[in-house]
Design a binder for this molecule. Structure first.
Ligand SMILES: C[S@@+](CC[C@H](N)C(=O)[O-])C[C@H]1O[C@@H](n2cnc3c(N)ncnc32)[C@H](O)[C@@H]1O
Length: 285
């Protein structure tokens, strides 16, 4: 997004650390953060490409794993009508409740259930399409979740996975040493699997999936989201002692000044993986 975008409402600094423990977190902060990410045009492009590549449309049965409070799930529910069905599953009972509230308000019939991506409570071959967006990076056993996505998708069905690479974070703070320290701390601590995308193509092939395709977008943050996110990761690096207090203050004031002047630039690389489930896929062990 560019400097001419309309300003978004101010929000507290955000951190991506706590999505595995969302029911104990400051929920409204995370809702605002997910909504802000969801608005980013280049991430929207990858979501649209996932829809296209998985042939998601009328009549399809679609599963959204780690659906959050249903931002994309509800869009998919519209796309599969008439005749299709969408299910969303998320570990957070609070998010599932919010997704149900939003689905009801939109008059959409979506099955929204609490549950773990690593132990999906669904039968083998239950859906035509299974997708997960920004979920595998948080899991202790992403391989198990991948096997589960494959197990519940019928032979010939399609899988889509969207995940970022945390080592691709970019921000236009001048001090290269400080930038490296803050971004390395974020990449090393933000999530369980910050660089998981690098192995995903091989992992999908090892599971016997075919037609594996990889797309990417360097997702450019809005000015406000960049200010919230990059301020937050500087605070985290200072609190953890990865940078000293003076550097922490300098980081915060630099981000604030760039933001105030409309010159803040932040981006992160996201990947989309799509693949086909082959006829003889073994169930997850
Ligand atoms: C960054 S959010 C992404 C939500 C949604 N996919 C989106 O793109 O808006 C990560 C989501 O993964 C969920 N999550 C984390 N661990 C999970 C698990 N083991 N099983 C299912 N969902 C999980 C979190 O509760 C959260 O909703």
């Amino acid at each position: 997004m560019t400097a001419q975008d309309p300003p978004e409402p101010a929000a507290p600094a955000i951190s991506l650390h706590d999505f595995t423990d969302i029911d104990h977190s400051a929920e409204s902060t995370y809702v605002a953060a997910l909504e802000a990410f969801d608005r980013l045009p280049l991430l929207r492009e990858l979501k649209a490409l996932a829809v296209e590549r998985t042939h998601t449309g009328p009549g399809r049965r679609v599963l959204d794993v780690g659906c959050g409070f249903g931002l994309e799930t509800l869009r998919l529910a519209r796309l599969v009508q008439p005749g299709g069905a969408v299910t969303g599953i998320d570990l957070s009972a609070d998010f599932v409740a919010e997704a149900r509230r939003r689905a009801a308000a939109a008059g959409l019939d979506v099955d929204l259930v609490p549950g773990d991506a690593q132990r999906l409570p669904f039968a083998d071959d239950a859906v035509d399409v299974a997708r997960a967006e920004r979920v595998l990076i948080y899991l202790d056993d992403p391989g198990r979740a991948l096997a589960e996505l494959v197990r519940v998708t019928r032979p010939g069905g399609r899988i889509a996975i969207i995940e970022p690479d945390f080592d691709t974070n970019t921000v236009n703070v001048d001090d290269a040493r400080l930038v490296r320290a803050v971004l390395a701390h974020e990449a090393d601590t933000a999530v369980v699997n910050p660089r998981l995308v690098r192995d995903l193509r091989g992992d999908l092939g090892a599971l016997g999936l075919t037609d594996v395709e990889v797309d990417s977008r360097m997702v450019i943050f809005s000015q406000d989201l960049a200010a919230q996110y990059f301020a937050g990761i500087g605070e985290a690096a200072a609190s953890a002692g990865a940078i000293d207090a003076e550097d922490g203050r300098r980081w915060t004031s630099t981000i604030a000044a760039l933001h105030r002047d409309g010159r803040l630039f932040g981006a992160v690389g996201y990947y989309l993986f799509t693949a086909t489930v082959p006829p003889a896929t073994s169930p997850a062990s």
